[in-house]
Structures are given as structure tokens and as C-alpha cells.
Design a binder for this molecule. Structure first.
Ligand code: DGY
Length: 328
């Protein structure tokens, strides 16, 4: 007798090929529109499912997990970051959590470089002048930015993405420095010609560019708080393609406005889409709508990972991208 198919609920629209493949393999409930589900819709949907495929816009917290019934057995997150999921509580309730690491590394690192370049070479200011039709020709002293070559880049979080940023930044001639919970193995440090700083404070005080590439966890919340931001050189800039919560956004805004930090390139924000309005008014700040991993290829590969995780689970094995509370 054919086995009953797993019931899978997907909370957002995914690329068509991914949705098609999910429908071929599972008894899947897809979204008609792309708006995030309300809390009640999400609870209702999860109650009738074996597998939930959420994204970072769904809060899978203890309260949600307590209300979603006993059927749910796997949360196959469409995304690498799992800061919106209470992994420990899920585990206690016998629900596995998987994610999609690796496939968005290069895209996010590319975007980090794009932000570093955009801020240091003043791309938005140049674009604004062109869009307004206010450019009157070349000038030796206009739009002077800083040369990347020789600048010190301090990478906060030297995991997959941090290392991919290091590789790119070296090609631009930057000097690589990093702070990480654990020091990298000597051969990896050598590969990146990277200098490890045990003290984040000391690293921050000496860098020209800071790149935030660590995940959001309770221990990285406001790692770049007002005190630490104050340590930055007034000529330095900061970019963040990880999670907004790592930087105290209000303190950053105040300091850029006061000229205490030279600029910022941000793809993520502390309060999601509620971006500090003052930040939006600053010419030396480049803001993007959380699009670091937004490539067609990346989104499809994320879907493939989700499918492999569900399929492996269905076959009675441990999903390859299982997230354990001890990993966070
Ligand atoms: C993730 O997968 O966590 C990314 O932030 C999505 O862009």
C-alpha cells in the first residue's frame, strides 16, 4: 500500500520550481499570496501539518509551539538564520528544526562587498545627482571616496559568510582582521591572511571598515552597542548583512548624524521593516531591503535544501541540516 504523503505547510510564496517540486513530493499547502500569515493562520496551519516550512518573517516562539498541537514533527526553515525559531523549545517538544546553510554564502558575501563599495565610494550620492539631472561634468574634487586597497576590514563573525567576505575583500587589497568566538585553525587564518582579535573592542578601535557577519543570538544582541560604536574611528564605516539586532540602530544613527562614524551600509534592521526614519535621511548611509541573499539561484537552492531535509526526514533519517540548540 502506498505510504501516506507528509502534510507540508509553506508560509510564503517560493520560486515556482520549488513549489512544483514540493507539490510532486508531498501533500503540500502553498500560499496564494505572498503576505506573511497572521499568528492565528500560522497556528491553524501548523496544527494540521507534519512539516512546517516557515521563513524569517514567521515568529516560531514558545507560545506558538505550545499552541500548534502534537502533529508537527519538523520545521524545515526556508533560510539559514534561525533566530526567529525557539529551537530549544521545539527540541523539548520533539520537533526537529532544519535550515538551509551554505547556499546563500556567496550571494550574501557579494552583497557585503557591494555595500562596502557603495559606502566608501559614495555610490548613492552619485546616483542621486544623476537621477535628479544635476550633474554638470567631471570635477577633480567631486565625490571623493576612499580607496579600498590597504584598508583594514574587521569581520565580526568568521563563519562561512565571514570567510567568503574575507576572500573577496582580499582581492580588493584589503587587510583582513576578524573577531570570532573561536579562533580559526592556523591553515584557515593563513588562507585568508587574517589576524584574529580576541578583544572585539580592540579590533573595532583599529578598523576602517567593520562587517557584521555573525548570527543573531542572545549573546550577539547589540554586540555593537553605543559604547562599542564609540570606539570606531570617525573615518570608519560599518556594514551589516547579517541581522539588525547585532547593532544598536538608534545609537548608530545618532553617531552617524554627529559625524562620529563616517557611514554605514545596512541590509538588515533591528526592528525588521521599521527602519529608523532618521537613518533614511543620511547621505552617507546605504540602505537595502534585506536582499543580501536575493538571487534566483540562491532562492532555488534554498528550496532544494528544504526538500532534501523533508525527504530525508520522511525516509526516517536525520535531516542533513538539522539545527541543534547547542549549535547556537
Ligand atoms: C537567511 O536565510 O537567514 C537570510 O537572512 C535570508 O536572506
Amino acid at each position: 500500500m502506498p505510504r501516506e504523503r507528509l502534510s507540508v505547510v509553506v508560509t510564503r510564496r517560493l520560486p515556482e520550481v520549488v513549489e512544483t517540486r514540493l507539490s510532486e513530493l508531498f501533500d503540500v499547502r502553498l500560499r496564494e499570496d505572498d503576505a506573511p500569515m497572521s499568528r492565528e493562520e500560522l497556528v491553524e496551519a501548523a496544527r494540521g501539518a507534519d512539516v512546517l516550512v516557515p521563513t524569517l518573517t514567521d515568529a516560531i516562539d514558545a507560545n506558538f509551539l505550545a499552541r500548534c498541537g502534537d502533529r508537527l514533527k519538523l520545521i524545515a526553515n526556508y533560510g539559514a538564520g534561525v533566530d526567529h525559531i525557539d529551537v530549544a523549545t521545539a527540541r523539548q517538544r520533539g520537533i526537529l528544526v532544519s535550515n538551509t546553510p551554505g547556499v546563500l554564502t556567496d550571494d550574501t558575501a557579494d552583497m557585503t562587498m557591494a555595500l562596502i563599495l557603495a559606502v566608501t565610494r559614495r555610490l548613492p550620492e552619485g546616483m542621486a545627482v544623476m537621477q535628479k539631472g544635476e550633474w554638470h561634468g567631471w570635477s577633480p574634487t567631486a565625490f571623493l571616496g576612499g580607496r579600498l586597497g590597504g584598508r583594514r576590514l574587521g569581520i565580526l563573525g568568521m563563519g562561512r559568510i565571514g570567510q567568503a567576505v574575507a576572500r573577496r575583500a582580499r582581492a580588493f587589497g584589503m587587510q583582513i582582521h576578524y573577531h570570532n568566538r573561536r579562533r580559526l585553525r592556523p591553515e584557515i587564518e593563513e588562507e585568508h591572511e587574517a589576524t584574529w582579535w580576541e578583544s572585539l573592542d580592540q579590533m573595532v578601535a583599529r578598523m576602517d571598515v567593520i562587517s557584521v557577519n555573525c548570527p543573531s543570538t542572545p549573546s550577539t544582541f547589540h554586540l555593537m552597542n553605543a559604547r562599542r560604536l564609540k570606539l570606531m574611528k570617525p573615518t570608519a564605516v560599518i556594514v551589516n548583512t547579517s541581522r539588525g539586532e547585532v547593532i544598536d540602530e538608534n545609537a548608530l544613527t545618532r553617531m552617524i548624524r554627529a559625524g562620529e562614524i563616517a557611514g554605514a551600509g545596512l541590509d538588515v534592521y533591528e526592528r525588521g521593516a521599521q527602519v529608523n526614519p532618521r537613518l533614511r535621511q543620511l547621505p552617507n548611509v546605504v540602505l537595502l531591503p534585506h536582499m543580501g541573499s536575493a538571487t534566483v539561484e540562491g532562492r532555488i537552492e534554498m528550496g532544494e535544501k528544504v526538500i532534501i531535509n523533508i525527504k530525508t526526514f520522511e525516509d526516517g533519517h536525520r535531516p542533513p541540516d538539522l539545527v541543534l540548540p547547542s549549535m547556537l
